[in-house]
Design a protein around this ligand. Structure first.
Ligand SMILES: C[S@@+](CC[C@H](N)C(=O)[O-])C[C@H]1O[C@@H](n2cnc3c(N)ncnc32)[C@H](O)[C@@H]1O
Length: 341
């Protein structure tokens, strides 16, 4: 399968955001560079592929020819800042797209931005041959990006995976498939529903809302507008009286499994977040997720939680198991509907 174009999605959004801000030549230079490296993989970045560290001949010619225009376009601090922020966000979004289990810290984000700031300044101020100052700066820039990426992968125990060619790409799925896999029923929709890791487009949330159900979503990639709120599942939002239903399709539990297999400290964080999510449910409410988490489900107190894991065979031939964990009405030891009957 052909690797998706480097930065394609984040950069398309970024180029749209800065459209008409008078940086057309600088953006052409960026596009040029992205086209040259469109099939770069995460492994290329972490192993320091020499091509990434060099200015190609056509790039060098473009820079020489347009140096003065680029200098004028990037003469203000705000223009340089917006270009650097856009590129840094594009790079981080690319990393999360390519290896979804990475978790950049605030410090990682700041270091990526600093590196793009430094690179932008060199391009804006270049006075000699591009192979000179810009070429040296590009090498140093890629050394820094390589170092930051290595650190992020090591912190989630994933470096070996990436060096072995693994690329757990982040995808989004249709609402109907998600409903089927999660086993969502009408009863789950009688109160507020939260989708954690709902995806940038929050398709399940949008679908439920279009049917008149009170649904919300959080995702670390969500922008401030739209039906998904930016948020982190390590601090899930609350609802007055609690959520009737919380869903996580190939999101929270998938990452929990990865942490369980790769890093003890990450797994502990996930275990704490899992209990916080259950805490956010109203009595009788359920947490529905896929894949299942048998290694943690068996530790739940059966007087407080009722667990049902359902294996599901997909039309594609794959198999997945989803789980429904229901918070019992205190003292009854039964899910509410059985209690009532
Ligand atoms: C494989 S996608 C699944 C999206 C959606 N649930 C679906 O099935 O279409 C996993 C999602 O989890 C989000 N995610 C990863 N870590 C997160 C975190 N710590 N907090 C919130 N969202 C996160 C990613 O941004 C991504 O959108």
């Amino acid at each position: 399968m052909e690797a998706p174009r480097l930065f394609e999605r984040p950069v398309r959004r970024f180029l749209w955001d800065v459209k008409g801000t008078g940086m057309e030549t600088a953006l052409s230079l960026l596009r040029h560079r992205l086209n040259e490296n469109e099939h770069t993989t995460l492994r290329d970045i972490v192993s320091g592929l020499p091509k990434l560290r060099r200015i190609s001949k056509p790039m060098s010619c473009f820079l020489s020819r347009h140096q003065e225009t680029i200098r004028v376009e990037l003469s203000s601090a705000s223009a340089r800042q917006s270009l650097a922020v856009g590129m840094a966000n594009g790079f981080l979004a690319y990393l999360l797209d390519r290896y979804q289990y990475m978790r950049p810290s605030a410090q990682d984000r700041a270091r990526v931005l600093d590196s793009y700031r430094a690179m932008t300044d060199v391009i804006a101020d270049a006075t000699d041959e591009p192979e000179g100052s810009a070429g040296t700066a590009l090498g140093a820039h890629h050394d820094r990006l390589q170092d930051i990426t290595l650190g992020m992968l090591r912190s989630v125990g994933a470096l070996d995976d990436v060096l072995n060619g693994a690329a757990p790409i982040c995808r989004q799925y249709s609402p109907s498939l998600q409903c089927e896999i999660l086993g969502l029923t009408g009863d789950d929709l009688t109160g507020p529903l939260l989708d954690i890791g709902c995806g940038e487009a929050a398709e399940l949330v949008g679908f439920l809302r279009s049917q008149g159900y009170p649904a919300w979503g959080i995702d670390r990639l969500a922008s401030d507008h739209g039906q998904a709120m930016p948020g982190d599942w390590f601090s899930p939002p609350t609802a007055p009286g609690g959520w009737r239903t919380i869903v996580a399709h190939l999101s929270f539990s998938l990452h929990f499994v990865h942490a369980h297999l790769h890093s003890g400290s990450e797994a502990k964080r996930y275990a704490i977040a899992y209990m916080t999510i259950l805490d956010r449910l109203q009595p009788g409410g359920s947490f529905l997720y896929a894949p299942s988490l048998p290694f943690v489900e068996r530790l739940l107190d059966p007087r407080r939680f009722h667990v049902v894991a359902s294996p599901l065979h997909l039309p594609s031939g794959g198999a997945v198991s989803s789980s429904r964990v229901t918070k019992l009405v205190q003292g009854s030891g039964l899910p509410p509907e059985e209690d009532a009957g």
